[in-house]
Design a protein around this ligand. Structure first.
Ligand code: NAP
Length: 246
């Protein structure tokens, strides 16, 4: 039996990469999915087409999660299209790396606005609609604990995601809403394509016990686990998803 029948999910940043894989994985288990994008409409349309071709239900919705009205509109789209909301995956994220001396206000605000403020805005809007048994899944990063050089701002955003996951698991726990984080190691996506062959990545892979880079589907299956009742006793948890790297 499918694990997410009759559930409705919003996946932010689902036009490509990890978010696209999560949207497809949730839909394959029966969830109806809102496929959010900020600029890549064609990517989001392809994800929706793949889901519907496989017999699932999905709708693409444009929204910049760092703008409160748009984050609210994204959540409202789930109610308008599917009548309820059970699963929120906060995946939208920007990663840019910079040594300390080159950090600018723009570099800081760009990443914190999407990776942290955006997550809070969508969760705030979703909270009003989520019922008992709902699941919120935040996509953090192993970088919050590995703290690689030149990632002060990015790793800072993901440290904030870890902390917010713990806080919100307490605030929402009384309503039996679970909040967990998946913290991936390097994953091959459109976003990492430019530096997949870099020494930085090779070093990561060399340190990975399972000896390869992650694939988006590796994270999709973990999202299904955290969305489903299989993880009913997990909240405030950080799943380290890096092939054994920690
Ligand atoms: N790939 C990795 O190695 C890795 C490792 C650890 C953690 N992560 C985390 O996993 C998540 C996804 O990473 P990825 O590699 O799949 O990224 P990606 O391929 O660069 O895709 C990023 C997604 O975020 C969306 N996005 C960007 N700004 C947005 C905004 N303001 N509002 C809504 N959506 C926005 C993009 O939408 P548009 O394309 O429509 O603009 C896109 O769908 C991020 O949170 C990242 O930090 C990734």
């Amino acid at each position: 039996m499918s694990k997410l029948n009759n559930k409705v999910a919003v996946v932010t940043g689902a036009s490509k990469g990890i978010g696209a894989a999560i949207a497809k994985s949730l839909a394959a288990e029966g969830a109806s999915v809102i496929v959010n994008y900020a600029s890549s409409q064609s990517g989001a349309d392809k994800v929706v087409a793949a889901i519907t071709a496989a017999g699932g239900k999905a709708v693409a919705v444009k929204a910049d999660v760092s703008v409160a009205a748009e984050a609210k509109g994204l959540i409202d789209a789930a109610i308008e299209n599917f009548g309820q909301l059970d699963i929120l995956v906060n995946n939208s994220g920007i990663y840019e790396f910079s040594p300390l001396e080159e950090i600018t206000e723009e570099h800081f605000h760009k990443q914190f606005n999407v990776n942290v403020l955006g997550l809070l805005l969508t969760t705030q809007a979703a909270s009003k609609h989520l019922n008992e048994g709902a699941s919120i899944i935040n996509i953090g990063s192993l970088s919050s604990r590995l703290t690689p050089t030149n990632t002060s701002v990015y790793s800072g955003t993901k440290g904030a995601v870890d902390a917010i996951t713990g806080v919100l698991s307490r605030e929402l726990g009384a309503r039996n809403i679970r909040v967990n984080t998946i913290n991936p190691g390097p994953v091959e996506t459109e976003g990492t394509a430019d530096f997949i062959e870099s020494d930085f990545m090779k070093e990561f892979i060399a340190q990975t016990p399972l000896g390869r880079i992650g694939q988006p589907g590796d994270i999709g299956s973990l999202a299904v686990f955290l969305a489903s009742n299989d993880s009913a006793w997990l909240s405030g948890e950080q799943l380290l998803a890096g092939g054994g790297m920690r």
